[in-house]
Design a protein around this ligand. Sequence first.
Ligand code: ATR
Length: 277
Amino acid sequence: MSLKACVIGWPIEHSRSPLIHGHWLETYGIDGSYSKVAVEPDQLETFLSGLEANGYAGCNVTVPHKEGALAQAAVADASARTIGAANTLWLEDGKLMASNTDAYGFLANLDEHVSGWDQSAGTALVLGAGGAARAILHGLLSRGIEKIILTNRTRARAETLAKYFGPAIEIVDWEERESQLADCGLVVNTTSLGMTGSLPLEFDLVSANDNCIVNDLVYAPLETGLLANARERGLACVDGLGMLLHQAVPGFEKWFGVRPEVTGELRELIVANLRGE
Ligand code: ATR
């Protein structure tokens, strides 16, 4: 029987997930498919209730359905519960199971590019306090990072996250975001600033420690202003594409039964797509 999975969102046209999973289906010679399905905000419940009847093994979930998907799942793992959102769903004995693989993808990307980063990071600086930041904070705390400086334009959102994630999180005003850079071993941009079509991220790395690692979750463009600045400063740079690729791994394994590998070939495929080739 051919196995079926998909990604749901509204809108969904921009999603690169079909390219990633399509590449793995071909690589591993699996009889299966992975499609994009546009699900309107008020149709989520209907779509998920019919997942099994429509022949799906499961699906990925993106904006605006991540919180709704968690609410509808029969069982959610610790990462989905802690992050408060689900991006990966699958069926087990007819029950809808949920996970959030964003923290896993974030960590796996850093592990791949800067092995041992968590032993030397010390204090981390996280820019932004939206949905993506929740996954990053969960990931960093799960690796034992002891101090995380969180900064966000809207301070109240940072305060909500600090209350939720506990005393390791310290808030710095957005206007003061560079003030403690010298003490940080890792900087992560989780805001949408620097993305094609968005405003630039104004963040000067001049006072950064020479061992500081800079990770931007933005992957379009691949080389953001922040990463270009980090490269000029000679700092270790990790772009956001790796997180997108790694977060897809656990879902593929659940639906298709093979744990896929994130390879240079896969990365090149998505890079070419991002360039519009
Ligand atoms: P996501 O799920 O991708 O994190 P989000 O929840 O909309 O998306 O969060 C977007 C993040 O980018 C937020 O931290 C947001 O700051 P606010 O909480 O103040 O909105 C940040 N962001 C977006 N535009 C910004 C801007 N012009 N200046 C500063 N921060 C901005």
